[in-house]
Design a protein around this ligand. Sequence first.
Ligand SMILES: *Cc1c(COP(=O)(O)O)cnc(C)c1O
Length: 384
Amino acid sequence: MQPINHATISTSTDVIRPTLVEVNLSRLRENFTAIKQQVTPARMMPILKANAYGHGLVRVAQFFQELGADYIGVAVLEEGILLRESGITIPILVLGGVLGNQIPHFLNFDLTITASSITKLQAIESAAHELGMRAKVHLKIDTGMERIGVHYYSAEGFLTESLRCSHVCIEGIYTHFANAENADLSHARQQLERFESVLSFYEKRAVERPPLVHAANSGAILQLREATFDMVRPGILLYGVYPSKEVQRTVNVKPALTWKSRVVYFKVITPGHPVGYGSTWQTDHNTRAVTVPVGYGDGYFRSMSHKAYVGIRGKRYPVVGSISMDQIVVDIGADSAYNNDDVLLIGEQDGVPIRVEDLAEWAGTIPYEILTNINTRVPRLYVD
Ligand SMILES: *Cc1c(COP(=O)(O)O)cnc(C)c1O
């Protein structure tokens, strides 16, 4: 018996798993260009954490590198290493906190470190000294997120210490907004003021600021032009999704991701024969139904059971019964559908949109969580 070669299966488009994510690279390009126009002359640091918001880390990084991105932002060390091993050469900032034993890996893979305390900065300085290398560092200031970073009200000692380092290149300084996508921008403005007062340290001491001052995520790019500084850090907006319902849509972007599957089974369901685990739904009249090979094991959240819709042949139909790990059942009423018909999970097909925001609402979450949970069992296909 021949062993199954999964690599062959997942690279050949005609025998690929019927459940797949299609990433439209032209859309990514248009979104990148639209954001760049909004913030020019500031630099662009596309944020690619969590598998590039589900779009596929390596291919998306290559694409943004080709488009002229200045920097890439990821959340964790391993994402940075994978990018370096895949041939990405532009600078990469790891946004998360650093632990002492990770520092040599940052240096060996030429990854920029976020220094979020004096102690961590000193650990970076001494590790770099020991290895005879120079670490690239961005200082993280906490102006109101209370996650990582030195509090704005005690940043002076941190900045003073940074001037003393000789094995660290302080290339940047940044902060992160907690509420930049809200209708009420008062907290974001307060954070911006706090950040600016921290930056005034450099004028007071008559020393040059680090060359890359940055703060703006998608919400701030859209609503807080004063926060542009030297570089911006767009995440969700690059993928064509707005960071909240109420955010002002001052940049026009469109979703790059389509999630689809195919009908694998057709049958008629009759009253008295409930569907799925727990038998939570049954019909009161004969109805047609199709089964689709996607489930919570792919990131199609079980919490969307009894709420979700999918698109088939230009119409929206309800998912019935509880969502299984690998399969869902769709009630198509008196309509027709055939094995192999396309089933739209996220995207637009024949004028029917199923938006990532819809899934977020059905699942009781935000679009970010829907996108980042489409897992690696789902092949990614890139179209231009
Ligand atoms: C995730 C993240 C971003 C991007 O946020 P979006 O809302 O997706 O634009 C920017 N900066 C930091 C530090 C982040 O963690």
